[in-house]
Design a protein around this ligand. Sequence first.
Ligand code: FNR
Length: 365
Amino acid sequence: MQSRPASVADLEKIALDKLPRAVRQYYEGGAEDEITLRENISSLQRYRIVPKYLIDVGPEKLDVRSRPIWGKRQNVPFAVGPSAFHKLAGYEGELDVARAAAKRGISMGLSSSSTSSLEDVIHAGKTAPNQLHLNLNGNHQRLEPTTSDWWQQLYVSNNRSETEAFIKRSEKAGYSALLITVDRPYLGRRLSFLREKFELPPHLRRTSGEKMSQDPSMHWDELIPWLRSVTKMKLLVKGILHPEDAALALDHGLDGVVVSNHGGRQLDAAPATIDALPAIADVIQGRIPIFFDGGVRKGIDVYRALALGADVVLLGRAVLWGLAAGGEEGVGLVLDIIAEEFRLVMALTGVTDITQIRRSTLGLV
Ligand code: FNR
């Protein structure tokens, strides 16, 4: 990296210039006409924030920690989301992501299609020192370290004994929650993928969920009790867009939901996640945490999602761009930039604590 990138968009540009075409298409792409992919970003950008002033926003007053998630406040209200095959970006893939996140006490969701073993990822993270420095117009603040949490994303396979073994392995390694991806009973039609089959290069292996392909027959009444019977980890369903599914998640005693459309890679008519979020938050009413992803590239986006009801915002491609641009350092830059942007937007909108970020401060254009 030459001059210091100042935004995730800067890092994205560096990443796209560096990545081989096939990897670029795999990371960037969405399903079919990519309408949902584009709208994740354009819908976020439609929300304006109405600021309030003459509030004491001295640097020591700004508390960027999340609302409590199962009783614990995260250092920041965002985390690394699960995305497949980090070693395609080069460097040490998931291990670099884990180090960058853990050094900042930022939590990480690991894809079950990872190119590093789930044990190695948590080990890389757990051995990294923990510190989070935030810079606000040259005003540096070091936050009290809180350790990261580790969450395992899961594709439930129709070979349940294999899935069970994978879940137990994740629990034993130290993962505290399962993000059960439900929006991929079949792979969406990603056109570049259909034109030119995408395969992992021979030097990379899927080291976690080797043979697992999603079970398209799984359903609420069968899946959730079965998962409860095999693990004590927190259970979240990832890919919720319909308020009725949020109600079903509550009925089935889930520990959280992830509002997501898989980064526009599955149903190319799914709503932008930011548009689906308020109705889901109205159903959940703070009873379980709401995770959110889709199109988040800036601290302002984190703020928008929190205002509309999210508790934790997950970063998908933003982390991949950082990784491809500069390995652990690049991911660290992405996390620092988003944290700094978020803290600044709190200050510029007159909010000192996350609980003050309300829907009423947002306006649509
Ligand atoms: C993903 N996503 C994903 N989700 C999941 O549950 N398991 C997975 O293995 C993957 N893999 C994956 C690979 C790549 C290259 C991308 C871009 C995405 C979806 C991911 O968790 C998340 O929902 C989106 O990435 C969020 O959108 P943004 O932040 O990328 O716009």
